[in-house]
Ligand binder design. Structure first.
Ligand code: XMP
Length: 513
């Protein structure tokens, strides 16, 4: 396995992504944790030193242990990683006016062709992405220069004898178009054969679950989302009837969603599933509430109570399964310190395991989202299910600004179903990160046939995104929007006006509340 030592770059996770795409198993660990003892224990086959916001010249700036250079394995330093290598191995780094460089740059080759640059410079230059304040002003003994850019004379450097490589730019980002090839060369030189496949992972994970759980019972909260579904199917494959899933219907699900989920898990997978019909409880508690945070808190709180109630009925349960993913567990290097502002309090079951005295089973904690999807396919989950758009825990409650009534929820479900049907029919579903309808708390006047209508207005939302952190609204054609509006107004009783939300995130959020 490969070790990525994180110095706090915004894009460290992308390095791991690129390597996983090459079927190479890697882990990211913060530099503070990487001691000589850690290195000995981890025994990496190669090491990557990430970028980071610090300046190596500053006292107390982050360093890898010196021992990393004595491991006798290939090392790749990126940006800050390059600077720290040069600094520690006898080169020189400078900062100050005129040395910073951000954005696109072009590197041209100098010197011999080395393995790291196979497939590079087939045209005379390569586009790369730079983002650095300091720069290397003298390379360390043993290193040579293999590529330069106008602002970074030491853009690509290497000591091929020791297998040390150091670059100023970020090969992991999209804006270094040939970056994947670069990583492929590096891992090949390090002797990786690309054998990290989902088939192998499935077998490993099943063994690990069996070992962890023994003959005890496991409870799994099923949301119908991809992560918890894949986790449930995987665990079921490992321990069969020792797994019981609980699916809480809070009355805020989409049209036919509860039936589909129950059917799939009970009928197709023969998984023990408790269908917790708690619609009345949730909708009753939400009655008269229109403040977004209050709604979220009510739903989150009740969810925990309800889950606990059902879980307590399962005898001998010692484990709680969760679909935690790798991005949730990577310990990030925080230089900023202070707490960030709560934009929305996310509904999840954090804290539940402690409260219930349960141990956790988290079979997806080493995977990225698209790897979870690949594992789902490997486990035979239907493609339509794996590709489903994310759906928030509080469900339709946060797509129904203002007071939530059963009547409004019903209208919302119908409109949403028509909208999604339209998107699927036009073959756009997989291009869109998330699409849904929000029912607005206003009624507007319209005319249908010869009569006046006074019905609700709704907003369509569709965004593209990579991780939900930022998003762009989806550029539907006017034809599509017009046709969809007509269908919704004709087919859904209670809506007489349709708008399209063209806000990106930021400044908007994806959901309306
Ligand atoms: P926002 O609205 O914050 O949403 O831009 C970003 C992504 O998160 C989802 N979301 C949630 N998911 N519990 C969840 O599990 C929540 O409380 C929650 N709130 C928002 C949202 O659907 C989008 O994908």
């Amino acid at each position: 396995r490969l070790l990525i030592i994180d110095f706090g770059s915004q894009v460290t996770q992308l390095i791991a992504r690129r390597l996983r795409e090459l079927s190479v198993y890697c882990e990211i660990h913060p530099f503070q944790k990487v001691t000589p003892a850690f290195l000995a224990e981890f025994a990496p086959k190669a090491v990557i030193l990430s970028g980071g916001p610090a300046s190596v010249i500053d006292e107390g700036s982050p360093r890898p242990p010196k021992a990393v250079f004595d491991l006798d394995v290939p090392i790749l330093g990126i940006c800050y990683g390059q600077q720290v290598m040069m600094h520690m191995l006898g080169g020189k780094v400078e900062s100050g006016h005129g040395t910073a460089e951000f954005g696109r740059a072009y590197v041209v080759p100098t010197g011999d062709k080395i393995g790291l640059l196979d497939g590079w410079f087939e045209q005379d230059k390569e586009q790369v992405w730079m983002s650095h304040g300091d720069h290397v002003s003298a390379i360390a003994p043993g290193f040579e220069v293999y590529g330069t850019s106008p602002n970074a004379p030491f853009a690509i450097t290497a000591d091929t004898t020791r297998g040390f490589y150091a670059v100023q730019f970020h090969p992991e980002v999209h804006h270094t178009p040939n970056g994947a090839k670069f990583y492929e060369n590096f891992v090949k030189m390090a002797g990786f054969t690309g054998d990290w496949t989902m088939g192998a992972y499935r077998e490993q994970a099943i063994d690990a679950i069996r070992e962890q759980v023994g003959d005890k019972q496991v409870i799994c909260g099923l949301s119908g989302g991809v992560d918890s579904s894949v986790a449930a199917v995987l665990i079921h494959e490992a321990i069969g009837d020792q797994l019981t899933c609980v699916f809480v219907d809070h009355g805020l699900l989409r049209k036919d969603e509860a039936e589909e989920v129950v059917k799939m898990f009970r009928d197709n997978y023969k998984i023990k599933l408790i269908y917790a019909d708690e619609k009345e409880l949730f909708l009753g508690a939400l009655d008269g509430q229109s403040d977004p945070e209050t709604k979220r808190k009510i739903i989150g709180g009740l969810f925990i109570d309800v889950f606990q109630k059902y879980a307590n009925e399962i005898e001998g349960a010692e484990f709680l399964a969760q679909g935690t993913l790798y991005p949730d567990v990577i310990e990030s290097v925080s230089f900023s310190g202070g707490p960030s502002v709560t934009i929305k309090s996310h509904h999840n079951v954090g804290g539940l395991p402690e409260k219930m005295g349960l141990k956790l089973v988290e079979p997806l904690r080493e995977l990225f989202k698209d790897e979870v999807r690949a594992l789902g396919r490997e486990l035979g989950l239907p493609a339509s299910f794996i590709g489903r758009h994310p759906f928030p825990g509080p469900g339709l409650a946060i797509r129904c600004p203002g007071e939530i009534t059963r009547a409004k929820l019903e209208i919302l479900r119908e409109a949403d179903a028509v909208y999604i049907d339209q998107i699927r029919k036009h073959g756009l579903y997989d291009e869109i990160w998330q699409a849904f309808v929000a029912i607005l708390p206003v009624r507007t006047v319209g005319v249908m046939g010869d009569g006046r209508t006074y019905d609700f207005a709704c907003a369509l939302r569709a965004v593209t995104s990579v991780d939900g952190m930022t998003a762009d609204y989806y550029p539907f054609t006017h034809e599509f929007l017009g046709e969809t509006a007509t269908r919704i107004i004709n087919e859904v009783q209670g809506i007489n006006r349709v708008t399209y939300d063209i806000t990106s995130k930021p400044p908007g959020t994806i959901e309306w509340e």
